[in-house]
Design a protein around this ligand. Sequence first.
Ligand code: ARG
Length: 455
Amino acid sequence: MAIWNSRFKKSLAESALKFSSSIDLDGRLYNEDIDGSIAHIKMLSKAKVISKDDEKKIVHALEEIRKEISEGKLKLTWDKEDIHTAIEERLTEKIGETGKRLHTARSRNDQIALDEKLYLRKEIDKLIKLISSFQKVLLKKAEEHKLTIVPGYTHLQRAQPILFAHHLLAYIEMLQRDKERFCDLLKRVNKSPLGAAAFAGTSIQIDRNFTAKILKMDSIIENSIDAVSDRDTLIEFIAACSIVMMHLSRLSEELILWSSQEFSFVVFDDEYATGSSLMPQKKNPDFAELIRSKTGRVYGSLIGLLTVMKALPLAYNRDMQEDKFHLFNAIDTTKDCLKIITELFIHTSFNKNRFEEELKGDLSLATDLVDYLVKKDVPFRKAHHIVGKIVEKCVENNIKLHQLELKDYKKFSRKFENDIYNLFDPLISISNKKSAGSTSPIEVEKQIKKWKNIL
Ligand code: ARG
């Protein structure tokens, strides 16, 4: 019989209970549920709403229940409506009448809101650690590839040569913002909804700040209606996960591209690649592909929870029970993907010399020719036009920039001298970059140093 059943003549139909039970999801919140209950009980005892003796009995029994669940002795089965019910019923089974005092001045509405926040706090910590581990692996690769030259792209068209380390450092920056987003979110996670009761507060003299303090939260969510109705902290969390996934997906896409025969830049260890059941020569980048696709799961959860919430009147509605499906999906998928991409990166090699020959005199050095003219006082737009014409000639004759003779260069501008041929070495192009944060080895080294300190 359900904990709320006395005003009903019959129990829930089995199918209805099965349909509505959330224990398969919220079962994983048992630790947080018990932590919240213990804090609540301590507060009730301090406020003299229950006796010291009852406090002791209840806390002791709750700790036993925690152990029973963790050891699999207490099974969390669908015949319980949710984790709160399962624990309260077991408590009463164990200590009788005293157990029935646990829910004094509390509702499952403030209880679930609290459980989720406590859980989120732990998971945010784990996510931040996983991101840091991945950043460290990226940083190590960046150090290994301090002088590896690759073509950089815009519009996926060859744009300018860059250091591969510079490219990897861009991902480290992105991931740092991801961590900052989670850290910022903690401010809102660390506010306790407990004591809001169903939504309107309670006539029992409780101390909400005391429970918040025991649970190491910064403060309470003051408005009791908001306390039980808010799910935007969860939505914000899933949004932050979505951005992490978007970053991982972009990197995955690049790995997939680079591993193609056309690029031949990336080789995955056999342990992190798959074959084809039909074409014996294939080596497929499945893990990067799966990260790219699992991004859809997390985005799905973001839209999923936004949709659950979009038309809900205040305060609690049972619809909100579905939040856990999306919350856990986002947590699990993001963590799994962070773990596997870290491993994948450790087990991936990048071909250092792949682009060295190819980029010599490559048209992607055209911007350096423009800068050359600008430094000789040719207005930028004019210089751009001149070099555009040179590129046209090279394309027509199917030659590279260094294969055009000086006398031909001079036909485009008298300012060209023999020293332009120095520019056609991509490493010189890269080293010539002067601006802060650019791809020059000096700037890249600075960034590597900075990240070594931070990470
Ligand atoms: N299982 C419910 C949830 O996750 C707990 C709160 C239920 N409250 C209620 N009044 N039925 O949202």
